[in-house]
Design a protein around this ligand. Structure first.
Ligand code: OAD
Ligand code: ZN
Length: 246
């Protein structure tokens, strides 16, 4: 269990799969979900804001909450961990896949191209009737929610809510990337929400070297070949500076 060994595996790896959660954006000033005091779910009930029932009941309130999160994410900047993963992609090319549970858009803004946004994207609205998508022009807390330019029905945030299935094509691509990975790197997620929580274990079962980067222990920790107990930016920087060393 050493950083040097992890760097050795990372250097040799043809296929690298990365999973990120809210913790990677904490250093950009975006709250996580489950941390006591500061996490979203410490202040709000997910059932009241992040479920289809909540949107049916009170669309203005739910829309306003997502709009305010979108506005906060637009103001935030990608941090050294997001940027470092962009460099890792540049090193690994087609063998690199980044799967994120985050809807904040920071990986895209940091330049990651082989990106699977499993839980959607705060900057996009989706029609409830015909599923057509629309980029949200500017972050604003406008209310009521927008209406579809194609069919006139109400739109909703393009995010996955509790009780909803993940988009099958994205999930399948994520499984494939983790099943094929030589190194799997799981950063800043509590590893509590399925199916994303199982991706690291799947990679490990298929022979990957599994690295967990998280200041706290999670249910995935016991499966990890290496646990880096650090913030996302420090951990990613340590891995990348090791890769850059001769
Ligand atoms: P959580 O809030 O469950 O977990 C955040 C994790 O980030 C915790 O394990 C922290 O220890 C870790 N963390 C905190 N600060 C960190 C830092 N600076 N660097 C690295 N790690 C840090 O967030 P997720 O695991 O992303 O789903 O939550 C998964 C899903 O649950 C979310 O996508 C969301 C939520 O309900 C939906 O909204 C569908
Ligand atoms: Zn429509």
């Amino acid at each position: 269990m050493s950083l040097e060994l992890a760097i050795h595996h990372l250097r040799r790896a043809e296929h690298v799969a990365v999973l990120t959660g809210a913790g990677i954006s904490a250093e950009s000033g975006i709250p996580t979900f489950r941390e006591a005091q500061t996490g979203y779910w410490a202040q709000f009930s997910p059932q009241e804001l992040a479920s289809p029932q909540a949107y049916a009941r009170d669309p203005e309130r739910v829309w306003a909450w997502y709009a305010s999160r979108y506005a906060a994410c637009q103001t935030a900047q990608p941090n050294a961990a997001h940027l470092g993963l962009g460099h890792l992609e540049a090193l690994k090319g087609d063998g690199f896949t980044l799967v994120t549970q985050n809807v904040d858009g920071l990986h895209r803004r940091a330049g990651t191209r082989r990106l699977i946004e499993l839980h959607g994207d705060l900057g996009t609205a989706r029609c409830e009737a015909c599923s057509s998508m629309q980029s949200l022009p500017a972050p604003s807390e406008f209310s009521p929610p927008p209406y579809c330019q194609r069919c006139g029905s109400r739109m909703r945030p393009h995010v996955v809510w509790f009780s909803e299935q993940l988009p099958p094509a994205s999930l399948e691509a994520a499984w494939q990337a983790f099943a094929a990975a030589d190194v799997a790197l799981v950063i800043g997620t509590s590893s509590l929400v399925e199916p994303a929580a199982s991706l690291g274990r799947l990679a490990k079962q298929r022979g990957a070297y599994l690295i967990e980067l998280n200041p706290e222990v999670t249910p995935l920790s016991k499966s990890a070949d290496l646990r880096i107990s650090a913030t996302a930016s420090r951990g990613v920087e340590a891995l990348l500076s090791g890769l850059a060393a001769p």
